[in-house]
Design a protein around this ligand. Structure first.
Ligand SMILES: [Zn+2]
Length: 322
């Protein structure tokens, strides 16, 4: 059972404005009702996050003060998200919506429809870079229609980007719910410290490696590669239902031989069949590099931090880092 509390926000000023006799009447006609905020009976806020890393941040910052809902079900590919009518409706009443504009078309549309003023578009906090500049231009070639134009969306694989998003979430929650502002800021400090530790372990763990190239099926790791001076080689046009061309296989084999790569990475949410087939031909091994687009039973960790630590271990093994 939820009760709806009216929120005090700027829009009320517009309503109050109508009480001022001198104000033009026409100006009042367009005033929409104030955004209503749903709180559970325990007084919790409701936060809607578009996909897992944003859910993780929201939960860490809000703590017990909010229930956090993820629009992308665990195990689903966030790129291809479709929303139920109930999910679309949930954006209207949410205390805060956190999403990444340009990544999930269904969410972009639902956010616009909701007219909810309490929204964080993370691209205003961490601008996205073109795929070409993050080394990801070889991937996503098999799904140009439903993907994210020419910008690389996988910014959360750089822990320092997640820190910036965490701070923005804390600041916004403090505005929405000033009573608990100190809690939000303190939670942000703790999370950012964890992310700094993770960043440091990536820096030191990848500082001395036999090779800095790594080969993936899904070009999700451009921001990670850029941050830690690695080079991602993404196998073009590969998806579970799409056979790579003989020319691309030959090219991949050549790149593997030229760089001395011994590992081809696949990921948790996508079948490793193609990576295994190519690795088998080359006499290579396969391993998992997780783009942290969702936590499932197959994940090598229970949250963003532990899955990223598993990624670091996999990269160190593949790169023969000391
Ligand atoms: Zn992706």
């Amino acid at each position: 059972m939820k009760m709806v509390l009216m929120s005090v926000r700027a829009r009320w000023l517009g309503v109050l404005g109508c009480l001022v006799p001198l104000l033009a009447v026409a100006g009042c006609v367009t005033v929409r009702p104030a955004h209503t905020i749903e709180r559970s009976q325990s007084g919790q806020l409701s936060i809607v996050a578009a996909f897992y890393p944003l859910q993780f941040v929201a939960q860490r910052i809000a703590g017990n003060q909010a229930t956090v809902t993820n629009l992308t079900q665990p195990g689903a590919e966030p790129h291809d998200l479709e929303l139920t009518p109930r999910q679309v409706a949930s954006l209207t009443t949410a205390s805060l919506v956190i999403y990444q504009k340009g990544f999930q078309a269904a969410v972009d549309e639902a956010v616009t429809q909701s007219e909810n003023p309490d929204v964080i578009d993370t691209t205003t906090v961490v601008p996205l870079r073109p795929l070409a500049s993050t080394g990801g231009d070889l991937d996503h070639g098999d799904r140009p229609e439903r993907d994210h134009s020419d910008l690389d969306p996988h910014v959360w694989l750089d822990p320092t980007a997640v820190s910036r998003i965490a701070r923005a979430v804390a600041q916004r929650l403090s505005t929405i719910d000033p009573t608990h502002a100190a809690d939000y800021e303190r939670n942000a400090d703790t999370l950012i410290k964890d992310l700094d530790d993770l960043d440091r372990s990536f820096n030191s763990g990848l500082a001395n490696c036999v090779r800095t190239e790594f080969m993936t099926t899904h070009a999700a790791f451009g921001y990670l590669a850029g941050r830690y001076h690695l080079r991602q080689i993404a196998i073009s046009g590969l998806s579970p239902d799409l056979e790579p061309s003989p020319a691309r296989i030959a090219e991949v084999q050549h790149q593997a031989q030229a760089t001395g790569i011994t590992t081809i990475f696949s990921e948790t949410l996508v079948s490793p069949a193609v990576a295994q087939a190519i690795a088998g031909d080359l006499g290579l091994v396969t391993d998992v590099l997780d783009p942290v687009e969702g936590i499932t039973r197959q994940s090598r960790g229970h949250d963003y931090l532990s899955v990223m630590s598993a990624n670091l271990a996999a990269l160190r093994k593949a790169g023969q880092c000391s």
